[in-house]
Design a protein around this ligand. Structure first.
Ligand SMILES: [Zn+2]
Ligand SMILES: [Zn+2]
Length: 314
């Protein structure tokens, strides 16, 4: 018989979770994430490395971090600028190649985070459930494995976006297979580079994907714990330069929680925001347009808080 109330004994509680609680960590839903980590860790010992493999690893990292921050986050989650249907599709496809499920899944959970930041409802709040849970724990649960389409009707209306969301595995598999053949070709055409098909797959796909995972996950965990709060938002979001550098601008998370529909998350020139610079460049050539900026009142608010902090410090 299944017990209704949570038992006090630790081992019995674990079994209770597996049987009763849809927030238990579920091997089936966690397996792709675990597989990528294991393949990266084992792979690097099996295939060796080369300069070209490291360069491709870095390129695959930055291109996909951009697709996640500029596409999944600033476009699909927050509608912070406009683009064509074709470029929207490209952002979705490249974003999906980071193996973080589809754009509708990603945006639907992220919109929920902004609605309920650091309250009991927030599904990845370090304040509520600790850093480990907010970083990766929630991703291992069946409960959050499904896209909540009600929250993303504005993009769920496009059949091609629904297709990518449903068949999100196509993008990462295409990337991995493409890298394999690229590595094989390079191995034959330029043997001096010392690379191979499998070496490209391990570094260009698996290692790079693990790095992209943790850069993204840091925004859910560390940017709600470490850094400065410029704005008195009701949540724990913070601004953190180091995380902004790693994530191409997402570390200005307190700014972002104060005004989420702004395309730029670094509100001042000294707040480095690589994703914004690229989007600005894209807007010059007409790929994207109507980039949104924080209104004057948000800047005034920053100055007021600054003046108050300076006054209290003296
Ligand atoms: Zn947040
Ligand atoms: Zn956001």
């Amino acid at each position: 018989m299944i017990e209704d109330t949570k038992p006090r004994n630790r081992w019995r509680e674990l079994i209770w979770h597996i049987r009763n609680d849809d927030e238990n960590m579920n091997l089936y839903d966690s397996s792709p994430l675990l597989f990528v980590h294991i393949a990266a860790l084992l792979g690097i010992f099996l295939v060796g490395f080369s300069g070209i493999a490291l360069a491709v690893c870095a390129a695959a990292y930055f291109i996909r971090v951009f697709a996640l921050t500029g596409g999944y986050h600033r476009y699909f989650s927050h509608n912070s600028y406009k683009t064509s249907r074709a470029f929207q599709f490209i952002l979705a496809f490249v974003g999906a190649s980071a193996a973080q499920l589809g754009p509708l899944w990603w945006a639907s959970h992220h919109r929920h985070h902004h609605q309920h930041s650091d309250t009991e409802e927030d599904i990845h709040s370090p304040r509520q459930r600790g850093i480990w849970w907010s970083h990766i724990g929630w991703l291992l649960c069946r409960k959050y494995a499904k896209a909540e389409l009600d929250r993303v009707r504005d993009f769920a209306k496009y059949p091609e976006i629904r297709f990518i969301d449903r068949f999100h595995v196509i993008a990462p598999i295409t990337l991995a297979v493409g890298l394999f053949y690229f590595g094989q070709w390079l191995g034959a055409a330029a043997p001096g580079l010392g690379t191979s098909g499998w070496q490209m797959v391990v570094w260009g796909f698996f290692v790079s994907t693990v790095l992209v995972y943790h850069a993204t996950f840091c925004i859910n965990s560390l940017t709600h714990v470490f850094g400065r709060q410029r704005y008195r938002t009701d949540d724990d979001s913070r601004n953190n330069l180091l995380l902004a550098l790693i994530t191409m601008g997402e570390g200005w998370h307190n700014n972002h929680h104060r005004y989420p529909v702004s395309t730029r998350q670094g509100f001042y020139w000294w707040e480095i925001d690589a994703t914004y610079y690229i989007l600005k460049l894209f807007s010059k050539v007409g790929l994207v347009w109507d980039l949104r900026a924080p209104p004057p009142k948000v800047y005034e608010e920053a100055e007021t808080v600054n003046a108050q902090q300076n006054a209290s410090a003296t």
